[in-house]
Design a protein around this ligand. Structure first.
Ligand code: NDP
Length: 234
């Protein structure tokens, strides 16, 4: 009998690879979706992570089906790029809401049951740009950087209950999000990555799965890069 796992944004991209990776090892995996339905073999709950009511309902559905969430992967995220001088406040606020406040929402909702169980794993999917900064992404980079403070504070608050909170910081990964980048920008990025290629979604999933495993029981408050060396030193 596996653990109860929730992956937000697990209906596609990196989140789907993470969800499949847990399912392969026998865990019960729920993924959120916003209307696309669940991918084959995974339990889907409709949930917009910018809505506290949706988050609460989704957790209640998951608890009824597979028990309290033991492994939480906060992965859902958006970009709304633009230079600071032209960025609308709405674009800044929306990205913070979906990427950072949503992580608070799901962590808070998961925490009560984890505290009662005196165990739990929380993994937040950040980005190398949260540490490096990124021109044209003040909103996104701030949200991803904020996840580090969020996770490290949770690590301190809940460590005595054997709950760990860690951050994974991917570099560039082959998904819809990076496919949307102009070709010239993609080549520029590759020139800065020591490994000279994008990550596969499975390479990110493997690190998330490790952080949720028994082998990672003494790792908390860590920021683990999966970036081909792009962010070295940060
Ligand atoms: P995709 O754009 O492929 O997928 C984004 C996922 O987030 C989708 O499942 C989407 O759901 C979900 N999502 C977005 N907003 C919400 C919301 N309000 N409520 C619920 N779900 C939502 O992104 P990736 O797979 O590339 O990215 C996954 C995570 O990894 C993100 O946090 C991203 O910032 C991060 N990341 C990605 C990198 C990359 O190179 N791709 C690099 C570093 C970090 P829906 O299908 O409904 O839109």
């Amino acid at each position: 009998m596996g653990r109860s796992v929730l992956v937000t944004g697990g209906n596609r991209g990196i989140g789907l690879a993470i969800a499949r990776s847990f399912a392969e090892q026998g865990d019960s995996v729920a993924v959120t979706h916003r209307g696309s339905g669940a991918p084959d073999g995974l339990f889907g709950v409709q949930c917009d992570v910018t809505s506290s009511a949706d988050v609460d309902r989704a957790f209640t559905e998951i608890e009824a089906r597979q028990g309290p969430v033991e492994v939480l992967v906060s992965n859902a995220g958006i970009t709304r790029d633009g230079l600071l001088m032209r960025m609308k406040e709405e674009d800044f606020a929306d990205v913070l809401d979906a990427n950072l406040t949503a992580a608070y929402r799901v962590a808070k909702r998961a925490s009560a049951k984890m505290v009662r169980a005196r165990s739990g794993r929380m993994i937040f999917v950040s980005s190398v740009v949260g540490l490096l900064g990124s021109a044209g992404q003040t909103n996104y980079a701030a949200s991803k950087s904020g996840l580090v403070g969020l996770a490290r504070s949770i690590a301190r608050e809940l460590g005595s209950r054997s709950i760990t909170a860690n951050v994974v910081a991917p570099g560039f990964v082959t998904t819809d999000m990076t496919a949307a980048l102009p070709e010239a920008r993609q080549q520029e990025i590759l020139g800065q990555v020591p490994l000279g290629r994008y990550a596969s979604t499975e390479e990110v999933a493997g690190v998330v799965r490790f952080l949720a495993s028994d082998a990672a029981g003494y790792i908390t408050g860590a920021v683990v890069p999966v970036d081909g060396g792009l962010g070295m030193g940060h």
